[in-house]
Design a protein around this ligand. Sequence first.
Ligand code: GLY
Ligand code: MN
Ligand code: MN
Length: 460
Amino acid sequence: MPSETSSSYKSVFAARRRRLADKLGGPALIISGLARARNYRANRYPFRAESHFLYFVGKALEGAALVVRPDGSILYAEPPDPEEALWTGPQPTLEQLATELGLEVRPIDELRLEEPTATLPSADAETAFLQSDLLGRDIVPASGPELEGIDLALADAVIELRLVHDHAALTEMRAAAAVTERAHRAGMRATRPGLREAAIVGAMDAEIVGAGCTHAYQPIVTREGEVLHDERHHRLLEAGDLLLADVGAESPGGWASDVTRTWPVSGQYSGSQRAVYEVVLASQLAAIDAVRPGVRYRDVHRVAGKKLLEGLVALGLFHGDVEELYARGAAALFFPHGIGHLLGLDVHDLEDLGDRAGYAPGRARSQNFGDRYLRLDRDLVSGMVVTIEPGYYRIPYLLERPEEVGELESALDRRVLAELADVRGIRIEDDVLVTDTGAEVLTGSIPKAPADVEAAMRAA
Ligand code: GLY
Ligand code: MN
Ligand code: MN
């Protein structure tokens, strides 16, 4: 990314605002949001501006609002309070902000919206309240796959822009991926029996924070890899464990990476761990191979599921024909989530707009168990970034309940499942850019083949 004051940096955001204005018939309001209180108001979580604001302004200003009109954009911001300088240091004047951002900037008190103005939902209630106040009508905070009280034409215009990344966005995502690589390598090097999961989080965190980044999401670093969103880090690592680490840096400009690796605490995969790992890896590579423009993402999900099943049949965990087993839901018994999602400023990009971004018009989530958690079902387009993240999970909730296993019981070999008892959860996740001819793995230099992971764990 060019330095903050350079004209090419300013022109990136000016071009994004212009493209949005060209799609709109009237004004749109895009607000940055407010820091959230941790317990009392003065003790706050670090401020993270709303992604739509970052996309069009490029700076995390708290309590600011961008008004985009067909004839130009104006940023409304809080003028610096001289008394606050005691605590926060001197803040830029609005004139300085205008120069830095290449935008007309006015005090937020001057914001008047006389015509009907479109807006987007906000992730938190307080910001939604501020937005409602500015607009003089109710705005419902974003939640769930349905959208309420927002302007769908604006949502669709923003989705169209943010689905396909420009050069500046990709530069930021590559930078985030490079920091994530350092974090994963540090995590691999730091791992040994007797440490707590939290110690590995700390080693990874040092790389991310030390690079001036933040986490793009709450890290998952766990010996209980079968717990899909396990965010606790309190357990001690034992030599026979696998450690699943789903950790991604967010660049200073707010762009995400999202990577999972699974490595052996002892430094060497056991025979069963390696065997299942190779099956997940083959599934991931087949899915990445399927990524190219025009391919429907749901089909990439299916490629991954079938390749996983092919491997599980070869291990003897299932008996039967792969296509037939897939149709009966066998892949989802060990891989119940979707193959991935959009990636951008948000780790699940644009999910504040529900499934409107992830699902192409006319498509909706399937109710079938294997596809229900798929967050994306669009035809891929050059410039999109998606994650590819198959896994294998031995989940008691699914495997120990006859109502979940159902008729698959007859195809499942529980003797083989018992032999694979030291494999709780494996996920392998990369960030993949759709190119004109295929795919580029943005996170491809993070060790992934078993021998490379083991070598990275031995590295000094
Ligand atoms: N780290 C969240 C995800 O992989 O979707
Ligand atoms: Mn992901
Ligand atoms: Mn992840």
